[in-house]
Every structure is written in structure tokens, then in C-alpha cells.
Design a protein around this ligand. Structure first.
Ligand SMILES: C[S@@+](CC[C@H](N)C(=O)[O-])C[C@H]1O[C@@H](n2cnc3c(N)ncnc32)[C@H](O)[C@@H]1O
Length: 267
């Protein structure tokens, strides 16, 4: 008996589950209609979509932590070529299967590969993408700044960054030039902070960190980019900041190279 006979879904949906992305398939089937967050991530895309060019012809995009490919497919529908990467082969199977349902116009523009964020270090040095989506992944990384540095190095035009955050919007600007005796400043409201999550959080042991808003901005800046918009809750639009390149592109390159297993002496 196939899945259709059981619940009316297109055959394959149940066999490929559980799903996190509620894809709306061409025959009307939804892959995760009971998602706890609602019609996810369609409602997030509604916030983001107006901030992404409607015509992405000629753009190359990278969707990091692509899951079942919701955003990958949306970008492909706008004409982009999109590489979706995810660590979890079960989600990639869903994405490849869904691509085949969306027809050649979408399927021919997308490619899904099993990759860790950190594997970006092993792409050719000159490989970059016009648009990078880095959504819902940072807080799953045990090594978040390493991940963010590697991601930002691949961005040619824009990055959409989304993360679980810790509450707090205050930004304490005066973070330059202090000494050891002023450590109390770290406790000030608005000094960039990340909550470390030692044990599982919301039932997930891969939830490691929750930065506050000030930390998101500071980390993005430190990775050589700047926040240029906030289209929705916890969503940041970012662009490379040529005036302030990351230290991993300049004086601290050896640390990034070493951390990613690449030769670093005499670089
Ligand atoms: C919360 S989901 C976000 C999915 C999608 N980006 C979105 O915003 O709807 C996190 C996704 O990132 C993937 N992921 C987690 N850690 C990863 C890593 N180190 N490298 C690549 N993907 C990772 C998970 O498998 C999962 O598909």
C-alpha cells in the first residue's frame, strides 16, 4: 500500500518524512502541514521575498542548511542557479525528490550536496556566490565564529542571515579601547553577548548558542560584512564591507587556515 492510499498525500511524502519544511507541491500536497510554527517557512519567505531581487537570472546562490530546499526552490523560481548544502542526507533526499516534482524549470537550476558549513573551507579559493542564505544554522554550530567567517568569505553581493537569538535589542557602542580593569563593561546591557547552551535546548542537543542583537551585528562586522536591513524577526540582510575587511582576510588568516586544516605557516 502506498502513502496515497493511506492519507491522500502524493506517494513518497510520508516515506521521506519526517519533514521540517512544509513544501507546497504542484499537486496541492503539503509536506508538513502540521508544522508547530505554522506554514513554515512560507511565512518567513513572505517577510524576506520583497528584499530579494525578483529577477535573479545570472545569479549564483548558496543555501546553507537548505533542509528540504524551500528557499533553494524560491530562488530558482526567480532564475538563479542554486547550490543547496546540508549536513543531513535525509533532508537532501527530500530536497532532491521535491525538485523532481517541481519540474525541469526548477530542477535544472538546483543542485544539492551533503556538506558541513566547515567544508566551505575546501571549495576553490576563488569560488563565491552572489547571494548566500545562512538561515537557521549558526546556533547549531559548536564553532559559530569559524562557521560565520567561512560563510562570509563566500559572499559576493548579499547574505541573508537568520539565527535563534537571545532577547535584547540594546547596542552598547563603546566597545573599543578598554583595559583589563574595565571588565565590568562586559556585563553592560548591549555589550555583545552569546548565551552558551550546554545541554539540549527545545529538545535539540545541537542548539549551542544564542547571540543577542548586538552580538549578531558585531559578529557580522567582524566577519567583514555589515547589516543593511532587518526584514523580519531574527533575519538580517548583510553586505560585504570593503572598508572593513575581516581579520581572517588580513592579519589573522593563519588562524582560519589552521582551524580548517590547511597549511598556514608562511602564508
Ligand atoms: C533549523 S534548520 C534551518 C533550515 C533552513 N535553512 C531554514 O531556515 O528553514 C537547520 C538546518 O541546518 C542543517 N545543519 C545543521 N548543522 C549544519 C552544519 N554544520 N552544516 C550544514 N548544515 C547544517 C540541518 O540539517 C537543518 O537542515
Amino acid at each position: 500500500m502506498n502513502a496515497t492510499a493511506v492519507n491522500g498525500n502524493e506517494p513518497g511524502v510520508d516515506a521521506l518524512g519526517p519533514w521540517f519544511h512544509n513544501l507546497h507541491l504542484p499537486d496541492g500536497t503539503q509536506t508538513c502541514p502540521g508544522h508547530w510554527a505554522g506554514d513554515f517557512p512560507a511565512f518567513k519567505w513572505l517577510e524576506l521575498a520583497p528584499h530579494v531581487p525578483e529577477d535573479l537570472s545570472g545569479w549564483s546562490c548558496l543555501d546553507i542548511g537548505c533542509n528540504a530546499g524551500f528557499y533553494t526552490f524560491e530562488l530558482a523560481r526567480r532564475g538563479a542557479r542554486v547550490l543547496g548544502i546540508d549536513v543531513d542526507e535525509r533532508y537532501l533526499r527530500q530536497a532532491r525528490w521535491a525538485a523532481s516534482r517541481f519540474g525541469p524549470g526548477v530542477e535544472s537550476r538546483v543542485c544539492f550536496e551533503q556538506m558541513q558549513v566547515y567544508d566551505l573551507a575546501r571549495m576553490p579559493d576563488d569560488q563565491s556566490f552572489d547571494l548566500v542564505l545562512f538561515m537557521g544554522v549558526l546556533y547549531h554550530l559548536r564553532y559559530p565564529m569559524l562557521g560565520l567567517d567561512l560563510v562570509c568569505q563566500r559572499v559576493r553581493r548579499r547574505m541573508v542571515f537568520q539565527t535563534l537569538t537571545m532577547p535584547g535589542e540594546t547596542v552598547f557602542e563603546d566597545t573599543h579601547g578598554h583595559g583589563f580593569e574595565q571588565r565590568e563593561l562586559f556585563t553592560r546591557d548591549g555589550w555583545p553577548k552569546l548565551a552558551f547552551i550546554e545541554h539540549e535546548f527545545a529538545g535539540d542537543p545541537t542548539n549551542w548558542w544564542a547571540p543577542d542583537h548586538a552580538a549578531v551585528e558585531a559578529m557580522v562586522r567582524s566577519a567583514g560584512m555589515r547589516v543593511v536591513g532587518r526584514p523580519g524577526h531574527e533575519i538580517y540582510l548583510c553586505e560585504p564591507d570593503p572598508q572593513r575587511p575581516s581579520c581572517v582576510a588580513t592579519w589573522n588568516r593563519s588562524e582560519l587556515l589552521s582551524a580548517t586544516g590547511r597549511p598556514w605557516r608562511d602564508q
